[in-house]
Ligand binder design. Structure first.
Ligand SMILES: [Zn+2]
Ligand SMILES: [Zn+2]
Length: 377
């Protein structure tokens, strides 16, 4: 590791180079030295690896800062960066990831992604979980039963009937890959793709396992206990790491991703951490004032309506809203919008009283009218 070239030198950029400059410098080198463009050229391959390694460090802000401080010793585990977490295990990067990030996903332009017939991460499984408004407020746990793909227990995922073994594919000699000539934007290239005979597995199953019909995988019902965190909102998710589909050829499992859908509440509407509620009061309560009992998620809250309250008056009640999912001590407000209701059915006696009231108010009403018209003349 001691004779390693400086990463900046490898890419031909200055120490102050920005992300775009580093990216374009690497891209040029990658095109020039890519093994598919330079078959059987160990020198080009070495240069390609060197550039990819330099790029993987300099394109990552954290790794770049560590490299600037400690140099190569930061990544080879031979000292210099003792106590620095994260990189002590030596240098590790996945070429296909770097290429994929350039050429939009597959990296197919260079003929296949990833290591030949190598480990593959299992697929992520996403599940939309409906919960009630109350569950999102109080939190809790809920069991969910899903049909999950897993390795077949009969054949241990091999797909071959017990007592038999899969044979090595003759077309690809068990590598799972075949080479084909292909026209690409870089010219005519020999590229590699999944073997068409064994579909990339490198194996041909003569006697398929009966349980899984040779697939090596079965669907099985599995129950998961899902934690509903207090305050979780519509569309938020939790990731159960490694609980997705099993990886292939020793690759890691995928994740199970639970996306929450919160059913609307009959009265409360959530906005951020605040809960909104429309609360009707009678016109006598509005005029004379009253103590009202407003519903909250945990019971009721007594609120004093001031005499002369107008319809549409908004009151904030602190700390009666939704808890923050990340910090339950932070709680939103309950926001009440008071609506003054006008009675539609009146008894004769009530009508009489209101008429008396109107007469009593008579001059006031007329004066209000006058000033309103006066203002709008
Ligand atoms: Zn099986
Ligand atoms: Zn094959």
């Amino acid at each position: 590791m001691a004779d390693k070239r400086d990463y900046y030198e490898v890419l031909g950029v200055s120490k102050e180079a920005g992300t775009d400059e580093i990216k374009s410098a690497y891209r040029k080198l990658a095109k020039k030295y890519h093994p598919d463009a330079n078959p059987n050229n160990p020198e080009a391959e070495a240069k390609f690896k060197e550039a990819s390694e330099a790029y993987s460090v300099l394109s990552d802000d954290q790794k770049r800062a560590t490299y600037n401080q400690f140099g190569h010793s930061a990544f080879d585990g031979t000292g210099g960066a003792n106590g620095f977490g994260g990189f002590s295990g030596g240098f590790d990067f996945d070429m296909s990831d770097i290429l994929g990030s350039f050429f939009g996903g597959g990296g197919d332009i260079f003929g296949g992604r990833g290591r030949r017939n190598g480990p593959r991460r299992g697929a992520d499984v996403s599940y939309n979980m409906q919960i009630t408004f109350e569950e999102s407020y109080f939190g809790g746990t809920k069991d969910v039963t899903l049909k999950m793909v897993e390795n077949c227990p009969t054949c241990a995922g091999t797909g071959a009937a017990p007592g038999t073994t899969a044979e090595s594919c003759k077309k690809c000699n068990g590598t799972g890959r075949e080479r084909v000539q292909q026209q690409t934007m870089f010219g005519y290239m020999s590229t590699e793709r999944e073997c068409s005979a064994c579909r990339g597995t490198g194996k041909i199953i003569k006697t398929p396992c009966e349980t899984c019909a040779g697939k090596g995988r079965v669907r099985k019902e599995k129950t998961f206990q899902i934690t509903i965190y207090k305050g979780i909102d519509n569309g938020q998710k939790i990731v159960l790491s490694g609980k997705g589909e099993p990886g292939e050829r020793g690759g890691p499992n995928g994740d199970l991703i639970i996306v929450f859908y919160v059913k609307p509440h009959e009265y409360f509407v959530r906005n951020g951490l605040d809960l909104h509620i429309d609360y009707p009061i009678s016109f006598t309560q509005a005029a004379l004032g009253d103590e009202i009992s407003v519903p909250t998620m945990e019971g009721t809250h007594t609120y004093t309506v001031k005499p002369g309250t107008q319809t549409g008056t908004v009151a904030h009640i602190r700390g009666k809203g939704m808890p923050n999912v990340k910090n339950n001590k932070a709680v939103g407000d309950l926001i009440i919008t008071l609506g003054v209701t006008v009675p539609t059915k009146l008894t004769e006696k009530q009508k009489q009283k209101l008429k008396e009231f109107a007469e009593e108010m008579g001059s006031d009403v007329k004066e209000q009218k006058k000033s309103w018209f006066g203002r709008n003349k």
